[in-house]
Design a binder for this molecule. Structure first.
Ligand code: FDA
Length: 311
């Protein structure tokens, strides 16, 4: 991010909610479960799978964690009833990880068991580095209970990730591999984009050698190309991996990957906390932040749209 982009990102919270809503509409299915189901149906019709996430990381009480868990059960039930090709992705903190490990494990276990009964799957998202060990512990304990329809996420920017692949090898985990989205110190995380890319490809190579199912979660053209090369090198067929992208990000590229025969899953967030999620997405992406800024400027300078089309 340039200084200018950072400045824009910092001022985003001052942007009126309706504008944030309009710009971010492409990243979020909407506030309600019905919105998520509609988005998933559209994706399925274009050959894409989905993973549905309930927005709600900032919980403070056990009751809120239970409420989020209940919404996730509703998602699983709706996906089965409407015959949608969709599983769920859940943040441990949304199920109370930061409040009470036991509560989080119990809620997650119920969710994974519910998903198993519906032939579905639960992906445990990975959050900031203070939660990494506990998230691995959650995953291992669920697997030790005999639950196999659960996977986790590895973040390529963490220096520990290759060691984590080795530590998890006995479980042959189903992994979503991504760059990692949180701001982490250089002591534990690569800072240079090319170092993160190398970490990504090294981890992918090792996971494929292990025989793990990998969700390759990236919109980065270089990583997509190199990942396809590694899939070829390991002779992986379309039932052994999938690409993953965020709703609204590079949909044309997603379409090309699908047309070439690659399975692809789209992360579909929904929920009443759309505003907080949108701000995060917009702050991550300078191009989108710039779009917001120009949208605001246009409204102030040209409220009737007289200049539109001249830019
Ligand atoms: P990069 O950021 O370089 O993006 C490449 C290009 O894609 C950009 O130049 C831009 O054009 C476009 N792009 C990327 N992000 C965009 C955005 N938000 N809006 C608009 N355009 C965008 N992280 C984590 O720490 N824990 C997790 O559990 C997950 N889960 C997860 C699931 C899925 C399905 C995806 C795709 C990603 C995640 N992530 C995540 C986020 C991930 O770590 C990473 O931050 C983003 O995917 C961005 O990295 P890219 O590899 O896409 O490259």
């Amino acid at each position: 991010m340039t200084l200018f982009d950072r400045a824009i990102a910092r001022t985003l919270p001052a942007v009126p909610r309706p504008i944030v809503r309009r710009i971010s509409a492409r990243y979020i299915a909407g506030p309600e479960l019905a919105d998520a189901c509609r988005a998933v149906r559209q994706l399925n019709e274009s050959g894409r799978r989905a993973t549905v996430a309930v927005l709600g990381e900032e919980i403070e009480t056990a009751g809120e964690a239970e409420e989020i868990a209940r919404l996730y059960h509703d998602v699983l039930e709706a996906a089965e009833r409407e015959e949608l090709d969709a599983n769920v992705s859940v943040k441990p903190s949304a199920l109370g990880l930061l409040l009470d490990f036991g509560l989080c494990r119990a809620l997650l276990r119920e969710l994974v068991e519910d998903a198993a009964g519906r032939s579905s799957f639960v992906r445990i998202d990975m959050e900031d580095a203070t939660t990494t060990d506990d998230t691995f512990r959650l995953y291992r304990e669920l697997r030790d209970m005999g639950l196999d329809n659960v996977g986790l996420v590895l973040q390529a920017y963490l220096r520990r990730t290759l060691a984590d692949v080795d530590a998890l090898a006995d479980l042959r985990p189903n992994v979503r591999l991504c760059k990692g989205i949180y701001v982490e110190p250089a002591r534990i995380a690569f800072q240079e984009p090319d170092e993160v890319r190398s970490g990504f490809l090294d981890a992918l190579d090792r996971l494929l050698a292990l025989g793990s199912y990998v969700g390759i979660a990236t919109h980065d053209e270089r990583l997509i190309g190199e990942s396809l090369r590694l899939l070829g090198k390991h002779g992986r067929g379309p039932d052994e991996y999938e690409f993953q992208m965020l709703l609204g990000v590079r949909p044309e590229r997603a379409g090309e990957l699908v047309a070439d025969g690659n399975p692809l899953r789209v992360y579909v967030p929904f929920g009443r906390q759309w505003y907080e999620y949108s701000l995060r997405r917009l702050q991550e992406n300078p191009a989108v932040a710039g779009h917001v800024a120009s949208d605001v400027a246009r409204r102030v300078l040209d409220p009737f749209g007289l200049l539109r089309g001249r830019r």
